[in-house]
Every structure is written in structure tokens, then in C-alpha cells.
Design a protein around this ligand. Sequence first.
Ligand code: TUI
Length: 315
Amino acid sequence: MFEKNPICKLLNIKYPIFQGGMAWIGTAELVSAVSNAGGLGIIGAGHMPPDILRAEIQKAKKWTDKPFGVNIMLMSPFVKEVMQVVVDERVAVVTTGAGNPAEYLPALKEVGTKVIPVVASVALAKRLVRSGVDAVIAEGTESGGHIGDITTMALVPQVVDAVDVPVIAAGGIGDSRGFAAAIALGASGIQMGTRFVVSEECIAHENYKNLVLKAKDRSTVVTGRSTGHPVRVIGNKMTREYSEMEARQASTEELEKFGAGRLNLATHKGDVENGSVMIGQISGMLDEIKPVSVIIENMVAGLVPVKDRVNDFLK
Ligand code: TUI
């Protein structure tokens, strides 16, 4: 299975399933579980200082002998230092988010790190492929956290048509139907964040996980459109206050100050009313916390019934 898959071959992994690199909760616990189960675990560096990231990488190396990655958020104040850490540590894969990583490519490629940026548009995908990235993750607006504005359904086939590297689909994928749909759109693999939040191994606070389990299809909202950095989160007291500030045209500086520290408040302290619960639109279909290995095995096994349904459809 997957012997010919370009992502599995490129990264030497069993299944073309990435765990989205989520800040604060994409820690060595989740990362090693995903990599040990045959996917690609990805540490979410978020706004992590470089010394903390180095410690997290070293923990992941202890807990898995399989490849894993680091996601670098390009808006981080520590972006230069954390890039140096992943180079020093010879991390197998770097994914990037929320920007254009072109200036960091030569240093990463020199040590053999595979670079797979997240893109939310065809234009950036084409530009980065010309710069020499190994693959791209096309992420639709269904995702949690920082998002673009095109849906996965519309974005993935357009990116697939535009580039000659493997494409990983992300955003709105939570079960085998989504996995199969991504393959149908031309993707070579998938990335999931939200599905892995409600896993046994994810260290997110139980209030955070319970809110995800309770979420319905329309529970998420997008804040920050006025700042140019839209973020999908579960609607709560914090988002209502934020929207009021946006409505009275609060400055970007004021909005950023209001948002500071909110993710940690939700993920670690469990204050899911005042904190930022970054989660994707598929949260409405999740109702169970499962071990990572079960999530991954079910994703793969579930492709067969979808294939059968397509075959029946064609009869
Ligand atoms: O990066 C993400 N999602 C994230 S990062 C994050 S950490 C954080 N964010 C806000 C506040 C506090 C912490 C939470 N979620 N996804 C990848 C992604 N990248 N989605 C969209 C993009 C993107 C958008 C525009 C990438 C590039 C881009 O344009 C860059 C350019 O130069 O054209």
C-alpha cells in the first residue's frame, strides 16, 4: 500500500497523512504518536522561542525513530532563530505557514531538510515551486487558525494543475470521505489538524477538547479579517468582544494586544470562553476522542468503502 505514493517515497513514511503543526498543542506527545503510527507528526512552533523548540525537537527524537517535521509560522518574532534551530537539529521536514519562506530555502535545502510550505493560493504555490520546494500543502479556508479565503474543494485542483510537485490537501478533512475526496481532487496526501486535537495523545486541556466535541457545523467564526490576518476559531465570549472591537474599527495594534496570549489561555489553562479555540469546520463531525493510531488506521481502512461507493455509482 502507498508504495508508489510520492509523499511516502519523498519522506520515507508509511501513510501520506500529515498532522497539521498546531501552536501549543502540536507537541512532542502528539508528534511522536503520529509518526509512530506511520503518518508525519509536525511540531507547531507558533511563537515558540528557539530554546523551547530545540527541547521539543529533542523530546520528539527520543520518542520516535521515524521522520517528523516542524511547522514554522513565518509571522513569529523568532522566525530567524527557529529556522537556525531546525537547521542545527537536521529536522527531516519543515512546513511553513502564514507567509512566503523563499529566503530560508537555501539553508534548509543545504542540510537536506525537505521543505513543504502551506499555501492558500495558486500564485504563491507557483512562485515557491520555482524556488525549489519539495511539495506544497494547499490549505483551504475550512481549516482552523490562520486561513486563506479559498475552499479546499476549489483550491486543491487548481494548485494540482499549476505545479509539478506533489500536493497535500488540508482544510476540512476529518475522515476517509475527505481523504478520498482529496485524492479525487489530485492530491497525493492529506494534512489534518482538528481531527488530531481530539486524540488521546494531544495535550490540549480537556475543556478545549470537549468544546471541539460539542461543536456543530456552524460553531466556528473568523476573526481578524480587518487586520488582514483572518483566524478561524470557535465562537465564544472572546470572539464577540473581538467583533465589537472590529465593528468600531479598533486599530490593528489594539486588536493584536487584545489577542495576545489567548491561544495558550484556551489550550493549556482551559479557559475556552476568553481564550482562542483555533479549530476547523470539521469539528462538527467529531464526537469521540481516539488514540492517534486508531485515527490513522481508520482513515486508511475507510478508503475502501468510499472506493466501493464510487464503483457502485459507476455501475
Ligand atoms: O499557519 C497556518 N495556520 C496557523 S498559524 C497559527 S499560529 C498563530 N496565529 C495567529 C495568532 C496566534 C498564533 C495558527 N494557525 N496555516 C497555514 C496558512 N498559511 N494558512 C494560510 C497561509 C498563508 C496565507 C497567506 C500563506 C501565505 C500567504 O501569503 C504569503 C504571501 O507572501 O503571499
